[in-house]
Design a protein around this ligand. Structure first.
Ligand code: GCU
Length: 591
């Protein structure tokens, strides 16, 4: 007996309409490796409409059922082909002025043709980045739901395709306190399908995932391969690295294969970003990639790259552009890395506060800069919520799955500026353990806050980290600069510390005395004081000041900011350097 009244009409009375899609959640386990795999682009013009009441879901528009069960036409309020077009990939905020501050659901629609190429081929839809939750519908059926604004996801659609196919994607960009990040962030909340969309064909049995790296502690003389095969459970793979004279056959059983192979590769470093052409193949499938081999490790309170101590001369960067929002492109990435290496004399970039595009680490491999990659466990996450933990763990799992073959990625960060509570300690300790379980070859860190009461670096999470990140703004948020000296004197960390944020706001072109806030001279004077203290502290092994470019932030409204966080060493135009840029560049030249 239904407990619903006779006049219950689901189209107007249903409230828990999202529940049914939970069964279609896709996670890191569904993600397939696409590096070096042929893909077909679904980028381009999609139809789009803003759907703040989520009628796509609430009234089942995705079913496109225009007739009742007697074949009589029903009055429908939608006509997806008639909706105006929008670019994919792009953030809707920067595509439509009326959507600049829109943070609800946007619905994308397009058709695409499918023609089988090979007998037994399998087909996948693959999204590189959809902010924040994606509901994917194919020919009237929900095939995937994914959480996480900055990591990729794949969904198999083999056997679900017609000659002409209709795809609908409901993109929910809402901020929510149980999401990762939660409602309160100091960056702009863009929405949309803002990274590439692919159609991927594979053979019936295909290489799903692989990890190739130098074996830590092997004296740079062994490389390790782990790979997984989807389809037939056992067989033989071939690893080929011509330049190293490697043609290694590796058995796989139960879909899993691994090997340790003698090799003496030229080691990757920022000074010599050596990459090798690598092929991994099985019968009928082959993945190609360019891979660098290096060893990044912590030894006591030193940071070593290939056995040599390094000072992490870095800078932070957001994925933010005045015109492209959270989308980016190769030109911007190359110019960013060139600026850091050639103008700033840096070797390190902290990609804050979420996974940046896959393209960034690919280009960083090629150009030679080390990367800190991070998930947005930012400020006050719902640390006591199991669902939130699963979301965070899945995001860093998808990030590691995507970038683990990238030599430039040396640090995985599990968060930023979180309160040292018991729930947070458990949440982030578990994340750190998870990261090490899937990738023991990189350092685990987080950007922590100073214990302002005890005036020292003393975050319990440090015990779970390899490198302690510390954000400090003495001389800006805390005008008492002398406190920095006391904090450093009171601290005695047993691990390397990287100052992962430090800085001050300045409007490019705004000049005045060095004690006047928001002038370039103020920012310059602060950087002079900061680099002096940081440079003199023996346990600080790196610094990534906040931040390379001014960036959009919804909290920043004074007349110097006008909607942008102005702590950049370069204006939001990505061209105009401020006076402080040279202070940091001169400091790095001495390191
Ligand atoms: C914090 C935070 C950044 C923020 C910065 C600032 O440290 O990590 O995300 O933008 O301070 O206030 O400018």
């Amino acid at each position: 007996m239904s407990n619903k009244p006779g006049n219950f009409n689901p189209e107007i009375h249903v409230t828990d309409y999202r529940k049914e899609f939970e069964a279609k959640r896709v996670t890191r386990d569904c993600l397939i490796s696409i590096d070096g795999r042929k893909t077909e682009s679904l980028n381009g013009k999609w139809h789009f409409y803003a759907d703040p009441i989520e009628y796509l879901l609430r009234r089942g528009w995705y079913k496109e059922s225009r007739y009742d069960d007697q074949g009589r036409e029903k009055p429908c309020d939608y006509d997806f082909e008639a909706m105006e077009e929008i670019k994919v990939p792009a953030t809707w905020n920067t595509e439509r002025p009326e959507l600049f501050l829109y943070e609800n659901m946007g619905v994308y629609f397009r058709t695409f043709r499918y023609k089988q190429h090979e007998e037994g081929e399998r087909v996948f839809l693959h999204f590189e980045g959809v902010a924040y939750r994606a509901y994917v519908f194919l020919n009237g059926e929900c095939i995937a739901m994914h959480d996480g604004a900055s990591t990729p996801f794949s969904v198999e659609v083999t056997g679900k395709l017609n000659d002409v196919n209709r795809i609908l994607v409901g993109v929910d960009a809402k901020r929510q306190d149980d999401r990762v990040p939660m409602t309160n962030t100091d960056w702009f909340n863009y929405g949309g399908i803002y990274r590439d969309v692919y159609f991927v064909r594979t053979p019936g049995t295909f290489l799903k995932d692989w990890f190739l790296r130098l074996v830590p502690g092997s004296g740079y003389s062994e490389i390790a391969l782990d790979f997984s095969v989807d389809g037939s459970k056992s067989g033989e793979a071939l690893l080929t690295i011509e330049e190293l004279g490697i043609k290694e056959k590796v058995r796989y059983e139960d879909g899993i294969g691994s090997a340790v192979i003698k090799a003496k590769p030229v080691l990757w470093s920022p000074e010599n970003p050596k990459l090798y052409d690598v092929s991994l193949s099985i019968d009928g499938d082959e993945l190609l990639d360019k891979i660098g081999f290096r060893e990044f490790k912590v030894d006591g309170n030193r940071i070593l790259l290939n056995g040599n101590e390094v000072f992490m001369k870095g800078i932070c960067v957001h994925e933010d552009d005045v015109y492209l929002g959270k989308s980016t492109n190769e030109c911007i990435i190359r110019e960013t890395i060139r600026t850091v290496k050639e103008d700033l004399h840096g070797v390190f970039l902290r990609l804050a506060h979420y996974p940046h595009t896959r393209l960034f680490s690919k280009i960083a491999d090629e150009m030679g800069v080390m990367l800190w990659e991070e998930i947005p466990v930012y400020w006050s996450i719902a640390f006591g919520n199991e669902k939130t933990y699963k979301d965070a763990e899945n995001q860093i799992g998808e990030l590691i799955k995507r970038d683990k073959n990238r030599a430039s990625v040396v640090i995985w960060s599990v968060g930023n500026e979180n309160p040292d509570t018991d729930d947070r300690f458990a949440f982030m300790s578990n994340l750190a353990s998870y990261v090490r379980s899937v990738d023991p070859t990189r350092a685990v860190s987080a950007a922590c806050l100073v214990d302002e009461v005890g005036e020292k670096i003393d975050d319990r999470l440090a015990d779970k980290l390899d490198i302690i990140g510390v954000n400090e703004y003495y001389g800006w948020y805390n005008p008492d600069f002398s406190k920095l000296g006391r904090v450093l004197k009171n601290s005695n960390p047993s691990k390397p510390v990287i100052i992962t944020e430090v800085g001050a706001g300045a409007r490019a072109g705004n000049h005045g005395p060095s004690d006047m806030l928001w002038t370039e001279e103020f920012q310059e004077a602060l950087y002079m004081k900061q680099v002096k203290e940081i440079g003199a502290c023996p346990f600080i092994k790196g610094v990534s000041p906040w931040i390379l470019y001014d960036f959009r932030a919804q909290r920043r409204f004074n007349h110097y900011q006008e909607g942008f966080n102005r702590k950049g060493l370069i204006d939001a135009d990505k061209k105009t350097k401020k006076l402080a840029f040279k202070v940091l560049s001169d400091f790095y030249k001495t390191k």
